[in-house]
Structures are given as structure tokens and as C-alpha cells.
Design a protein around this ligand. Sequence first.
Ligand code: FPP
Length: 245
Amino acid sequence: MTEVKPFELPDKIPMHVAIIMDGNGRWARARGLPRMAGHRAGVDNLRQVLEACVEFGIQYLTIYAFSTENWERPVDEVRGLMNILEEVIDRELQKLDENGVQLRHIGRLERLHPKLQEKVRHAIELTRNNQKLVLNIAWNYGGRAEIVDAIRRIVADGISQAEVEEDLVSRYLYTADCPDPDLIIRTSGELRVSNFLIWQGAYSEWYITSTYWPDFNREELLKALCDYASRERRYGRVPRPVSPK
Ligand code: FPP
């Protein structure tokens, strides 16, 4: 029997990984469970992925947890997801803080229930000096809404036409203090961007796996990192010449 070699941690680790955590509903359906059971399994899975990110030396992790379009889901599912966010903050905040995770939010916070907004703000404030891993939670996030919000603030700040450059726009996005994502992972096999980091992801590498999010474990992340490490990022330039031996 041929031995299957485990994946080894590559030298080239992305600084910023972003994940579209897709497939919770299908994971649940495959087990005859309600959709919310899939979302709960998805949250449980987050813990080991977070631990693996710290272990692998990833510095920024952005997770797409609730999009501006997700409000169109059945009321019970929307309510269930909001409850999950609240429970996660109540249950995990202290541990996240002790483990050096800096929580940030990207998206339109103002549409959330005031009590939930308060909890999110408190979590951000409490963890703001942590250095191990920056965790951006995209909640009520949409890439187009983000660009609209940036333009509104640029106009409100009286920025002149000549001052509008790519760097300036980046500084007006929700992710102003973050490097662009090096690697965007999408689970469950869908081949779509789904309004996620559409500005920041201009030159990100994509990794798509058919694995549903609740099953995307440490090994799967390692596999994605190995795939990333094997790529040459060219940013529109030609390949680097091979140096003579
Ligand atoms: C996509 O799967 C998943 C979501 C829209 C929600 C993801 C949310 C979580 C895992 C909870 C995260 C919570 C916190 C606090 C960060 P889907 O429902 O679209 O799956 P399907 O395509 O198989 O139906």
C-alpha cells in the first residue's frame, strides 16, 4: 500500500487569509438536521480553525459570517444567526482575549439590534491591543455596500477629485488597517465571489474546496496553505526569470 504523506507546513505562509464559510445548510441536510444545526456546527468548527491559524503563523483572518444579502433568508434563520453571534460573544470573548485574538467587525453594524451592537463594540474595545491574531468578522457585510460607504465618507470629508487614489480608497474601507487578503478560501465548491472583499481581493489567490464548512478542519487548512505556497503571485507581471545555476 502506498503511504499517504501528511501535509507539511510550507515556508511561505499568507499573512491574511479570508474565508467564505459556505455549506452549513447542505452539511445539515445531508444529516437530516435543520439548517441551524449546520450553522452551530459551523461555529464549533471555527475554534479549531482559529487555533490552527495561530499555530501556522497567520496574522489576519477574515470570516464571512453574515452578508448584506442574508437578511433575505427566512426570519427564523436570520434570528438564529443573530443569536449565534450574541452567544459566541458571551461565551467565547474571555477565551479569545486570553489567547491574544483581536476582534474587529467589518460591515454595517447599525442595522443590528442595539444590544448586539453594544456587545460587538465592547468585544472590539476589550481586545484592541491583542497581537496574536486579528479576527475580522464580516457581519452584515457586503463588498458593494463597503465601497458605497467609503465613497460617502470620502465625499463627507471634502476630499478633492485629485486626491482620490487607490490607496486613499483602501483607507476608507472597513479594512483600513489590514493588508489585503493573500488567500481567499471558499468551502462547499461554489465558484462565486458573493460580494466578498471585492476591492481588497483584486490580487488574492483563491482556493476552492468541495468540503462543507463544518468539516473544514486543520488538515484542510494546511492543504490550502500548501496549495497557496506552490503558486507564483505575479500581480499582472511576467514570471520571474529562472536564475542560472
Ligand atoms: C453559509 O452556509 C453560511 C452562512 C451564511 C453563515 C455562516 C455563519 C456561521 C458559521 C456562524 C459564524 C458565527 C460567528 C459568530 C462568527 P449556507 O447556509 O449558505 O449553506 P448552504 O449553501 O449549504 O445552504
